[in-house]
Design a binder for this molecule. Structure first.
Ligand SMILES: NC(=O)c1ccc[n+]([C@@H]2O[C@H](COP(=O)([O-])OP(=O)(O)OC[C@H]3O[C@@H](n4cnc5c(N)ncnc54)[C@H](OP(=O)(O)O)[C@@H]3O)[C@@H](O)[C@H]2O)c1
Length: 311
């Protein structure tokens, strides 16, 4: 089938393009500023997704059977720095893609975030639980979900995701890539021992989204995540061990949320997701953290530093 991917140069979008191409689909990939190589894209369309006319033309030109929206301003600090741009990408765009999916009678899969919840409880959130966003990114992601589901109730699937691991096209986007960049630059990351997330990888998400596109029987709102709830600090230690780095080569400072009043105000303490019914329905399985670590590469920007250590 022809699948149009918005955000094909991002962490998830690039993984999805590779996975879809491997299974023989034709991928039309919309990219933004990234101009490096990308695998799996049959037709690459660089454009500004805040331009409604250009986005509409690209979708109508491709006339896809499925639209996968991986485009977003996905870093909460960047939403605060430029709220209007973030609103256009995180809220207006999903509504537009929903209307276009309806127009071409194709399905649309939109990616959202665990952050729609306030993180005040330790038990997993189900998709039936009431969201309660506590920062601008989270409010926008919730509004984006509502926009696409309202525009295309018969065609839309919204998938809420946890903190993502994986290898991004620029090598500077995901959890391990940022940690390694800090260590290469001589910085000591400060990681919370009491902030908990349930990560999975972008490649794992790509398989889930691909199954949703291919099955065509999964509409509405769903959760997906890994199998383990881990603190940010524990993830950092396990990433350091995976890359065989010592505490001297890769220092970490353990901090508590109470050390940081801004964290208490705008970051969720514990985001656990209940992945039923999707986890029982799909062939793709939720991953352990050990399995996620096996997928990680040393990113290009820090390769010289890393290999210079003689690890
Ligand atoms: N990363 C996480 O930990 C995480 C966790 C939960 C949910 N999510 C959600 O999952 C989805 C994918 O996240 P991600 O981490 O893969 O995002 P990402 O790596 O930040 O990628 C964002 C994508 O959006 C594109 N984009 C942004 N502004 C654009 C514009 N004006 N015009 C055209 N393209 C534009 C970027 O293109 P260029 O790079 O080419 O400019 C890139 O392809 C998002 O909806 C995010 O909210 C992510």
């Amino acid at each position: 089938m022809t699948i149009l991917v918005a955000g094909a140069s991002g962490l998830v979008g690039s993984a999805f393009a590779r996975a879809a191409a491997r299974r023989g689909h034709r991928v039309v990939g919309i990219t933004g500023k990234h101009n490096g190589p990308l695998e799996g894209i049959s037709t690459r369309v660089p454009l500004d997704l805040t331009d409604e006319g250009a986005t509409t033309s690209a979708v109508l030109e491709a006339f896809p059977e499925a639209i996968v929206n991986c485009a977003a301003v996905s870093v909460p600090e960047q939403c605060v720095a430029d709220p209007a741009r973030a609103q256009a990408l995180n809220v207006t765009l999903p509504g537009l893609l929903g209307r276009l999916a309806h127009h071409v009678s194709g399905r649309v899969v939109h990616l959202s975030s665990e952050q729609v919840f306030d993180g005040e409880r330790t038990t997993p959130y189900t998709s039936a639980d009431a969201p309660c966003p506590i920062n601008l990114y989270a409010r926008q992601k919730l509004a984006g979900e509502q926009a696409v589901l309202t525009a295309a109730p018969e065609f839309a699937t919204v998938l809420r995701l946890p903190l993502l691991m994986g290898n991004s096209p620029g090598g500077a986007r995901s959890n391990h890539e940022r940690l390694l960049a800090d260590w290469a630059a001589g910085r000591t990351p400060r990681l919370f021992t009491d902030e908990f997330r349930q990560p999975c990888t972008a490649d794992n998400v790509a398989e889930v989204v691909l199954e949703i596109c291919e099955r065509n029987d999964t509409r509405g709102l769903f959760h997906w995540a890994g199998t383990e709830l881990l603190s940010r600090h524990e993830m950092g230690v396990r990433i350091r061990d995976h890359f065989k780095l010592t505490g001297k080569q890769a220092p970490l400072e353990a901090v508590r949320r109470s050390d940081n009043p801004e964290a208490l105000r705008s970051r969720q303490a514990c985001l656990a997701l209940d992945c039923t019914p999707l986890a029982g329905r799909l062939k793709t399985r939720p991953q352990s953290f050990a399995a996620q670590l096996e997928e990680l590469h040393v990113p290009v920007p820090v390769r010289a530093w890393y290999h210079g250590l003689g690890v």
